[in-house]
Design a protein around this ligand. Sequence first.
Ligand code: AGP
Length: 608
Amino acid sequence: MCGIVGYTGTQKVAPILLDGLSKLEYRGYDSAGLAVFDGTKINTVKAKGRLQVLSDLTKEGSLLEGFTGIGHTRWATHGAPSETNSHPHYNEDQTIAVVHNGIIENYLYLKSKLISKGYHFQSETDTEVIAHLLDYYYKENPLEAISKVVNRLEGSFALGILFTAHPDELYAIRKDSPLIVGVSESGNFIASDVPAILKYTRDVYYIDNKEIVLLKGNNVTFYNIDCEVIQKELTTVNWDISAAEKGGYEHFMLKEIYEQPKALRDTIQPRIKDNDIVIDELSLSPEEIRNLRKIYFVACGSANHICVTGKYVMEGVARIPVEVDLASEFRYREPIFEPNTLLVVVSQSGETADTLAALREAQAHGVKVLGICNVVGSTIAREADDVMYTWAGPEIAVATTKAYSTQLAALYLLAMYFGKTRQTLADSDFNDMLKELQTLPDKVQSILEHKDNIQHFANRYIGARDIFFIGRGIDYAASLEGSLKMKEISYIHSEAYAAGELKHGTISLVEEGTLVAAILTQEHLYKKMISNIEEVVSRGAFVLAVTNEDNTAIEKSSDYVIYIPRTNRYFATCLANIPLQLFGYYVAVGRGCDVDKPRNLAKSVTVE
Ligand code: AGP
């Protein structure tokens, strides 16, 4: 996912752009560029590779004179990573420059039309079409040109735009890709995300779809797509800057793993009052909750593993039938929505395109949508009917950890709240679970204090070729997440399997020394799991077991055991997940991988 930063004000712009882009590196990128207006023309510098290359080329920005500019980190979608394909893109006489995050789905059609009108293209990107379209429609009014161009575009976009004919004016517009406006005494900003401007201001405006913003001097003006001035509400971001820094840890991922006790406390405690659960964000009445006949859980990646967990927890505790869907599949299977249905979307960033599309598909059919999000003011958070925030704080590492754990906590709270309202959860059980839920932060902390064992074991597997994760019931969801963590940061091939399913084919891949991580937190499934473990052991597998602290019998059939504190069976995978995060982390570090910014990945996938 690309990163955008723009600024106009009293300070030299290039160093500000470079600093802002460095705070967006976590989004993943392969090239970067700046466009700076020097008072008469737009100077552009672009480079493939890390941001440092661009910084070196411009001597930390000092070689670029000017107080208005736009910067971009590109995560390639159309056209390989290269200087030519990096942003900003511009029209042929370089009087218009544009940076873009998103995908223009009809760019080939528009490109052919422009070529037929005599336009020439330099790059393979979809974005360059926007620069030439702006040139085509620009007469003397940038707002009108932007409005006409946007009405031709299909797909998603967040744009930062400069016109040399309009000195020290910075234009921006978005549709489905994130973009915020920051305001300060020394000047005003546009950015894809808060970390880029947090150093300068906490006062931000969230731009809605197809709203145009003009930054000029000390003024910020918003327009609707008809170029009419509109008013927007200024909000204040309450992130602390340290949250967006590493705080002495080697990687953001490790810092965020260690922030989980606090993140869990911050997500759970505000929703417990007088020994009861209060979810003020939920507009469903008790009667609507009692009448619920189905819940869809829909998300991508790790967030989808929350959904898989959600099925077990919600059906077990609240006895509501649950369907789980991958967001990228959901709208294409033409789901059959019936009355008394709720759709829950889970998204850390709140900007994942496929998850947003699933939300809109449900709303288009009159289904109420609850979003479980971590980024306040994100698109999903603002478009959902209700949003239940996880209070994990900014999660910078691409591989999710603390947001994942807090999503589990939000899920537990929701299921218990529904179970109590529907009286499928006896008061005594509710009270026991509520007490146990509040012990999770300390139990996570106790696991983190034993990380040396996990680090020691991980070092033995940095050369592994295949690693399997298996589990039954809710442990299957944990195996999915453990496997994704491993492969996305260590690049080792891994598969997660429902333990009972392994023997129906994939066990053929198990050979002498293959590592199989078995998750056993569900006591009623221990025996079945041990059978499955013995099946892989008999074929030469080395078994790492993650299990409850009193399940020492497992040592007879496993080669290495990581124990987790006992807890309610529905909460157990919140604990089992912690050693699996550390396992993946230490294997990746041992392999010298870029743990916070794994190759090919982005923190939020805002393209379909
Ligand atoms: C998680 O480690 C991955 N980075 C990825 O699977 C992520 O969970 C997925 O892209 C969904 O992102 P979201 O939660 O921001 O919607």
